[in-house]
Design a protein around this ligand. Structure first.
Ligand code: PEP
Length: 256
């Protein structure tokens, strides 16, 4: 399986800054066949960047979109409008869940809308600090995983990626703590078991699992060697070009 290195730029960079970053990133990267490098800029930058990007080197992702294809939904954009412009979509990111009130029902519709429009959803799941403290991690992970996948046909499971992002480890969280590789191992095991129990072992094995939460060049290698982890979702560190390139190079080394 490929290794996925996904940069989530969140609400950062003007369109011009995003374009300069992309230009520099393309220059810095050789064509890595086994590493899928993906960046998720602000939606406003996607159209120009889609004309600029060399898709052999880098793929684009949207950070969020609405689940209806068209209609009276002021302020929204649809996955159908993004069809052909992006290859991936973040769905259910914790900032959407906890700042904008997205629930598993809406997330499931977004996962289905992405798949319907030929975009691979990266379904983000993860427990909060208090859920972990109350030993609810396993229940939360199972609910978010099965809930988020509930609107797609079993056959479409191989279109989906899962990102495990403990909310307490995300750098924008007030008291972000680093997840230990052992903590990540346990949850990745649980994700694999849940997928396997629900869809069968063979199908479950096809689903890439990414880790995200304060990933930087100093810990990327440790997370990438956690059994079952196929890639990283990176926020803060992806905004610094040299750090993002370092992480991609670490991924390459871990693979070989
Ligand atoms: C994220 O928001 O998806 C994320 C992982 O952020 P950071 O790397 O900054 O913790």
């Amino acid at each position: 399986m490929k290794t996925y290195i996904v940069g989530n730029w969140k609400l950062n960079f003007t369109v011009g800054e995003a374009s300069i970053y992309l230009h520099k990133l393309m220059k810095a990267l050789p064509n890595y066949r086994d590493t899928e490098v993906v960046v998720a800029p602000s939606t406003i930058a996607l159209q120009p960047l889609s004309l600029q990007v060399d898709r052999h080197k880098i793929k684009l992702a949207v950070q969020n979109a609405f689940y209806r294809d068209f209609g009276a939904y002021t302020g929204e954009i649809s996955f159908s409008q993004l069809d052909g412009m992006v290859d991936y979509a973040l769905v259910g990111h914790s900032e959407q869940r906890y700042i904008f009130g997205e629930d598993d029902k809406m997330i499931a519709k977004k996962v289905a809308a992405a798949v319907r429009n030929h975009i691979k959803p990266i379904l983000c799941i993860g427990e909060t600090e208090s859920e972990r403290a109350f030993n609810e991690t396993a229940d939360v992970i199972r609910d978010q995983l099965i809930g988020g996948l509930s609107e797609i046909a079993d056959d479409d499971l191989d279109e989906v990626l899962i990102a495990y992002e403990p909310v307490w480890a995300i750098s924008s969280t007030k008291v972000a703590k680093l997840a230990t590789p052992d903590e990540v191992t346990d949850v990745v095991k649980l994700i694999k078991k849940t997928l396997s129990d629900t869809y069968g072992k063979k199908e479950a094995e096809k689903v890439p699992i990414l880790f995200g939460g304060s990933v930087s060049p100093s810990n990327a290698g440790a997370y990438l060697t956690v059994p079952g982890v196929n890639g990283l979702l990176i926020g803060g560190s992806s905004l610094i070009l040299s750090e993002f390139v370092d992480i991609i190079e670490i991924a390459k080394k871990v693979q070989s």
